[in-house]
Design a protein around this ligand. Sequence first.
Ligand SMILES: N[C@@H](CCC(=O)N[C@@H](CS)C(=O)NCC(=O)O)C(=O)O
Length: 117
Amino acid sequence: MAARTRPTGRIHAGVGWYNDVPNISTQPVIHFMPKVIMYCTEQCPFCVMAERLLLRKGVNPLEKIRVDRDSSLREQMVRITGRRTVPQIFIGDVHVGGYDDLSALERRGQLDELLKA
Ligand SMILES: N[C@@H](CCC(=O)N[C@@H](CS)C(=O)NCC(=O)O)C(=O)O
């Protein structure tokens, strides 16, 4: 995982339910999650796989920055990350890297921790 290269991301929240807790099963609980940003292109299998994994992890919304639509956004991505390939994923202020970095985090059981604010 690369160093923290961006200012702290804004926080967004999702609503979940205490399904496994007796007596309070109808109580909503707010999960705070760091903002997740993915630089991506439309025709990119690694971007699709990264999006699927993030959605499976409950990331919603996922902010997608389409670098195939605007070359200045691609330049911004390269400047910020030092990388030229898509996807490039940020979780809060942490630059995770590409899909291989994201899936490695998941395999090591570290992605959930990062997705907690
Ligand atoms: N190991 C990288 C591979 C990413 C990759 O090769 N992405 C392709 C698009 S699918 C890419 O960015 N190619 C260079 C380019 O489009 O300029 C990852 O897992 O994210």
